[in-house]
Write a protein that binds this ligand. Structure first.
Ligand code: PLP
Length: 456
């Protein structure tokens, strides 16, 4: 199977043909999931002792399996956080795989890690973190948040009094589910600040003051959100930074979704204070148009991350030897062997320039504001709150949770759109409402109007 023969050439041409077709198709078929048994019936056994051949396997993928997936870059896919990788980034993802580069250590990956680092410098520059700040690309926001929180705990545990203490973090109810999930992985407790909208410095201070003495001793990190996934809300980062400094707490900003908007002049001021963070999460696979998967974790002082993450092992020693002086991405996050997942972003940035990125992010914000205006003018619709970054929450007057669900299913079944409802807390109640999240700059005003029409 490592032979170079005519079968290999044919398979390669098939893959290229498929890839070109797919990335030039601006309105790919909106696929839907099927039951596993159904898929099995349609494709039969694919893993056999003799193999079914590349042609057959690819045919099954194209004709059956990929149709049971949702193209995340569809202009009317506005659910969760969509994605819209640039064509340049997608093509370079193929190049990244073809090049077989180990992305853990400079000794093996220097040229590729250099590229990643150039892209990283741009990300760092968007945040305004001080000189010396740097970061690495991770598998996503979850891994970035975990890497940052582990680093924070390591620093806190330098104090011998804390070595045997279980850590505690404070975040808000708007924080992403991965914060709680990763806290569980780390076995640290989470205290939530109840917020109606953004987490303010005052609300945080109140929460800290309400901790008992032992809890206060165990508190080591505050996690603020730079664009909540649900509603695009940015916490009061300046106010929170000040408190973290005064209280001697690690300040982490989770901007996995919102981080792309650091490039957008129209909303950049909302992130003021992010430059005081000890660590920041940004997902290029969300709003910086990278293919899956590509997250990033940035540190004010990367040496602190190294103390927490650098792995020891006799067979790894050589990579830290003289000849290998350079930046080793595996020293700064939880993963050892890694693909150079920042390469597609680097190539696309190099090809298009950062101004185009600014433009494309602004476009998502414009679409959200436009949708807000259209909803405002429609007597049967109502905004829940003003659009936040590229998220719009709104009500269809008179609808119950059931109606939103049926509306989602129908649009999806019709192959028209995927727009899912969410929940919004008012008082002590959670209300089901509709939500748009815009990422793809190819989404049009007509798309928005057509989707809203299905609510009549
Ligand atoms: C999406 C998201 C995450 C999780 O990132 P993954 O890339 O899915 O692991 C974390 N935090 C926020 C704010 C997010 O929007």
């Amino acid at each position: 199977m490592h032979n170079i023969d005519i079968e290999l050439v044919e398979m390669t041409l098939d893959v290229m043909k498929y890839t070109i077709n797919r990335i030039t198709n601006t309105s790919p078929e909106m696929g839907r999931p099927k039951k596993e048994e159904e898929l099995k019936k349609l494709v039969g056994e694919t893993i056999t002792a003799e193999g079914i051949g590349g042609e057959r396997a690819f045919e099954l993928f194209k004709d059956v399996l990929v149709k049971a997936t949702v193209p995340i870059d569809h202009p009317r896919h506005l659910a969760f956080v969509p994605a819209a990788p640039t064509r340049a980034a997608i093509m370079f993802d193929l190049v990244t795989s073809a090049s077989s580069i180990h992305g853990a250590y400079w000794m093996e990956g220097a040229g590729g890690i250099f590229c990643e680092n150039e892209a990283m410098k741009w990300l760092v520059s968007l945040t305004g973190l001080p000189n010396g700040a740097f970061g690495v690309f991770t598998s996503g926001g979850t891994a970035a948040n975990l890497s940052a929180m582990v680093t924070a705990r390591e620093q806190w545990r330098k104090n011998p009094n804390n070595v045997n203490e279980k850590g505690l973090i404070i975040t808000s109810i708007g924080a992403h589910s991965s914060i709680k999930a990763m806290a569980q992985v780390m076995d640290v407790d989470v205290v939530l600040v109840e917020t109606k909208d953004l987490m303010t410095g005052d609300a945080l201070q109140e929460k800290i003051n309400a901790l008992n003495e032992h809890q206060r001793k165990r508190l080591f990190t505050v996690v603020a959100t730079g664009g909540t996934t649900n509603a695009g809300i940015i916490d009061d980062l300046s106010g929170i930074a000040e408190i973290c400094e005064r209280e001697n707490l690690w300040f982490h900003v989770d901007a996995a979704y919102g981080g792309g908007a650091l490039a957008a002049d129209s909303v950049r001021h909302l992130f003021n204070g992010i430059e005081k963070a000890d660590s920041i999460t940004i997902d290029p696979h969300k709003w910086l148009f990278s293919p899956y998967d590509c997250g990033a974790v940035l540190y004010k002082d990367p040496d602190q991350a190294k103390e927490a993450h650098s792995q020891e092992g006799s067979y790894l020693e050589i990579f830290k030897d003289e000849g290998a002086h350079g930046f080793n991405p595996s020293d700064y996050q939880i993963q050892l062997t890694r693909r150079l997942r920042g390469l597609p972003l680097w190539f696309s940035l190099a090809m298009h320039g950062t101004d185009k990125y600014k433009w494309a992010v602004e476009k998502g914000i414009e679409l959200a504001n436009l949708a807000g205006t259209i909803i405002d003018e429609d007597p049967i619709l109502e905004l829940v709150r003003e659009p936040g970054l590229s998220c719009v929450l709104f009500r269809r007057k008179g609808w119950l949770p059931y109606d939103y669900r049926e509306w989602t299913y129908k649009n999806h079944r019709d192959g028209f759109a995927l727009v899912t409802p969410t929940k919004w807390k008012t008082g002590s109640d959670y209300e089901t409402v509709a939500r748009f999240c815009f990422i793809n700059p190819d989404t049009t005003e007509q798309d928005i109007r057509d989707i809203l029409k299905t609510m009549e």
